[in-house]
Design a protein around this ligand. Sequence first.
Ligand SMILES: *Cc1c(COP(=O)(O)O)cnc(C)c1O
Length: 462
Amino acid sequence: MRYISTRGQAPALGFEDVLLAGLASDGGLYVPETLPKITPDDLRAMAGCSYVEIAYRVMRPFVGDAIDDATFRRLIEESYASFHHDAVVPLKQLNSNHFLLELFHGPTLAFKDVALQLLGRLLDHFLKQRDEKGVIMGATSGDTGSAAIEGCRACENLDIFILHPKGRVSEIQRRQMTTVKADNVHNIAIEGNFDDAQAIVKGSFADQAFLHGTRLIAVNSINWARIMAQTVYYVAAAVALGAPDREVSFTVPSANFGNIFAGYIAREMGVPIRQLVIATNANDILHRTLASNDFSRKELLATLAPSMDIVVSSNFERLLFFAYGCDGAAVRELLERFQKAPAALADAPLARMRELFSSATASDDTILNVIREMFDRTGEVLDPHTATGVYAAEKCNQHPDVPMVTLATAHPAKFSDAIVKAGLAEPVLPLHFVEMLAADEYYDVLPAEQSAVQAFVESHRH
Ligand SMILES: *Cc1c(COP(=O)(O)O)cnc(C)c1O
C-alpha cells in the first residue's frame, strides 16, 4: 500500500514512513493511493466477530507487508485490552432507530484512545525494528495529551513530552496527564498560554537538530494511522446493525474532522453508509463551509464542548482532496487562498460533498437543552460533545427508516461542569478514574521559551 500527499508534491511513501513522518514534506496530508475494498461477503463474515478481529480485517490491507500478521494482531489485542468494556465500543439504543456508539471506554474516557492506543504501539514496533529511539512532542489544551501519554507509557523506544499551559487546563485534564508515572513520560507546564506551548512544539519540529539525529514524531490528528484505527468502529457498528443488508447513517461531533473522515473512508471501502452528519459547536467552520460555502476563519470561541474548540479543521484537507478528484494542485491552490482570505470551494466538489454530508451547529444553550431533554426522555446522560451530535442527528436525519448512530466521544463524568449546569446530578466517575485522580502528580514547570524546553527534552530523553 502506497500513500500520496493531498498537495501532490511530496514523494509517495509506504505505511511505516507515513506513520513516522506525520505531515508530508509539501505541507499536505497522506492518504492511501487506492482504498482497499470491503465486499458484502466480507461484511457478512464479520457478523459476530470480536472488535479485535474486525479491527484486524479492516486495517490489514492498509499496513501491507510492513508488519507480519501475528505481530499486527498482537498489537491490536494489546491496544484494546486497555478498554474497560468487553465490547470495546458498545452500541446503546436511545429510541427505535437512534443509537449511541460509546467510544469512551478507554483509559482517558474519550474517543482519542481508540486511535492513540494503537498508534503508540505501532510507532514503538517500527522504532524497535530499526533500532532507533523516537521523541514525541505535543502541546495540549485538553484531551489529546492525556490520550497520547496513555498510548505511549508502555513504549520502550519512545519518550513523550507533553506541554500544557500552566494553570489553564482543567484539574481533571491535568491530573490525567501528570499522574502517569513512567520513565518515558514527561509533562511540562509552560508559563504561558496554549498558543505559546504550541509555538514551542512547532518551532522544535522546524529545528530538529537539537535532538542530534533522533527522530521527532507527531501524534496529532493528521497522522494517517489515527484515521485508519477509527475506520474500524464504523465497520463494526454497521455490521452490528445489519450491514451489508441494511444501510446505516452516522452523526459525528467534529472539530479537526479526523473522526468523521474515518467514516468517509469506511463508506468508500464499501460499507453501506447512507448519510454522514457533521455536528459542530459554535466553532462552526465545517458547517459554514458545507451549508453556505463560507470557508473562512473566525475567532476561537470557548464553548461547553472544549475538545471541539478549533478555528481550522486540519483533516478537512483530506476530504477536499477526494472531492476535487485527487487533484493535489487544486487543493494546494485552494488552501493557499484560504491562508490569506476567506475562500470558496468550486461548485462540483461542494456538490459532491453535499450528496453525502449534512451538518448542524449546537450553541451552548442547545447543548444544555439536549442534555436535559435526553435525560428526561431516556435517563441517558450525554457529555456536551455527544450532545452536539444528538442534536445534529435529530435535525439532519433525512432517512428515518435508516438507523442513525451518533458517536459518543467522551464520558459525561469528564465534563461534569456542563452536566451540572444542565441541572443534572454530578455524574459518577468510573472507579479506575477515581484511583488515578488521587495519585501523586509529576511535572516540571518551564518558562515559555523554546530553548529552555529543548534543553529539557535533550537532557531527559533516553
Ligand atoms: C477530539 C474530540 C472531538 C473532535 O474530533 P475530531 O476528530 O477532531 O473531529 C470530539 N469530541 C471529543 C470528546 C474529542 O476529544
